[in-house]
Design a protein around this ligand. Structure first.
Ligand code: NAD
Length: 420
């Protein structure tokens, strides 16, 4: 037992064990690679609108500082646990290393339910969280970003709180900020755009045309909605299913995506769109489609449903959507299902966050087309490396991608040595 014990951390640990075995990493090196450098837990007291004081539990986990500052999102979710945060930080490390970014992984968050908070309460939670984290973060130490339940406005409050403390604007403390505060063009869309780009590359790899393909997207937040409309508008894919935590829609003839987007912009959720296309949310993942994009929460593809997936490409927009047991099933089905693992598939977000940090440090800003061109170049390089390695070593795409990431972190630790 460690403070991290829990199902999501177990998943990150099991995945790492498989890679460590594959790479022949000695037992006594493994703990140093796996366990986080720091885990910070704080209480966040907030005056609520009804006069009560509520105390929220909050975390920041920094996995390793071997290759540069840590980097990672901030999740506001009522069920948040430090083990989940640690797992997400570990996955960020492998993801950054695979993409060649000079970062270790981090993740943080507050155990709260954002839709249940007023705007004033959300601002108070955000500011007090950043205030508590000031001793532990910084542009050269740990750079925050959005994740589930947080957005550009929350990043603006984080940046303002940190900047007020330092007496001048420190835009490089967070990424995913509004462009007017030093955010970058293209960050909001970066993760979904990357998911769609890689899904179309996977179509090329297995010899199907994206224009003739269909897709199902689970989750209709930042990643899911942008993945859906980029797949549709840029790559000509027909979107046949979408879901969020309130509803699931499926229509083999194709969903009216513009109308769905307008409904979500107005109401915040899919519920209430139309009953005619509604299906049970659990059924969505196993409906027939060419491209399946889980873009919501962890552990939705399990040993129970992995054998029933009827997609050709599994494009993992979410972090950790597939359990190791499900991976074992999918490895048996590798001729039928091409997996783009999360650390590759959703890396567009951290890649453009890196671009944002670089632009802030230099105070020299790029056009959206420059951002997107550079994004596609890095994604293409990572995709090529992973597919080649998977073929050369006859391993899954996940094993290939994680092996590249773990090897880079390990090499950095070996070269720097162990202090003192
Ligand atoms: P978000 O808060 O914008 O959206 C989450 C969506 O998932 C919402 O539509 C919500 O209703 C839906 N959802 C929640 N539980 C669900 C369930 N059980 N079934 C179906 N839908 C459900 O979050 P996001 O930023 O889009 O992040 C989604 C996933 O992508 C997370 O795993 C996150 O870690 C990962 N990710 C995000 C980014 C980014 O840049 N935002 C980058 C990399 C990875």
């Amino acid at each position: 037992m460690t403070i991290y014990s829990g199902p999501v951390f177990e998943m990150a640990r099991t995945q790492f064990g498989i890679i460590a075995d594959h790479l022949g990493i000695p037992e006594d090196e493994r703990a140093r690679l796996l366990y986080p450098k720091r885990a910070i837990t704080v209480s966040v007291p907030v005056h609520m609108d009804d006069g009560r004081t509520e105390v929220f539990q909050a975390y920041r986990v920094q996995h390793h500082l071997t290759l540069g500052p840590t980097k990672g999102g901030t999740r506001f979710s009522s069920s948040l646990h430090v083990g989940e945060v640690a797992a997400l930080a570990i996955w960020m490390s492998w993801k950054c290393a695979l993409a060649g970014l000079p970062y270790g992984g981090a993740k943080g968050g507050v155990a709260c339910d954002p839709p249940a908070l007023s705007r004033r309460e959300l601002e108070a939670v955000s500011r007090r969280y950043m205030q508590e984290m000031i001793p532990f973060v910084g542009p050269q130490t740990d750079v925050m970003a959005p994740d589930m339940g947080t957005n550009e406005q929350v990043m603006a409050w984080f940046m303002d709180t940190y900047s007020m403390h330092h007496g001048h604007a420190v835009s490089e403390i967070v990424t995913g900020k509004p462009v007017s505060l030093g955010g970058t063009e293209g960050r909001r869309e970066a993760t979904g755009r990357g998911v769609a780009y890689l899904a179309s590359r996977a179509c090329d790899a297995i010899g199907i045309r994206s224009q003739d393909s269909t897709a199902v997207v689970q989750g209709f937040g930042n990643v899911g909605s942008v993945s859906a409309y980029t797949l549709a508008r840029r790559h000509g894919v027909r979107i046949v299913g979408v879901s969020d935590h309130t509803a699931a829609l499926y229509d083999p003839a194709g969903l009216p995506l513009d109308a769905v987007e307008r409904h979500v912009a107005e109401h915040g959720v899919l519920a209430g769109f139309t009953n005619q296309m509604g299906i049970a949310p659990d059924d969505l993942l196993t409906r027939p489609c060419d491209i399946l994009v889980p873009a919501a929460v962890e552990r939705v593809i399990t040993a129970e449903n992995a054998g029933k997936l009827r997609c050709r490409i599994l494009a993992e927009g979410a972090n950790g959507p597939t359990t190791p047991d499900a991976d074992a099933v999918l490895e048996q089905r590798s001729d039928e299902v091409f997996v783009i693992p999360d650390i590759l598939c959703n890396s567009g977000g951290v890649i453009v966050s890196y671009f944002e940090w670089v632009q802030d440090l230099q105070q020299l800003f790029w056009s959206e087309s420059e951002v997107n061109d550079r994004l596609e170049r890095l994604l293409e390089g990572a995709f090529t490396q992973v597919t080649r390695r998977a073929a050369a070593e006859r391993v899954s795409m996940r094993t290939a991608g994680m092996s590249i990431g773990v090897e880079k972190v390990r090499a950095g630790k070996q070269l720097r040595g162990l202090f003192p």
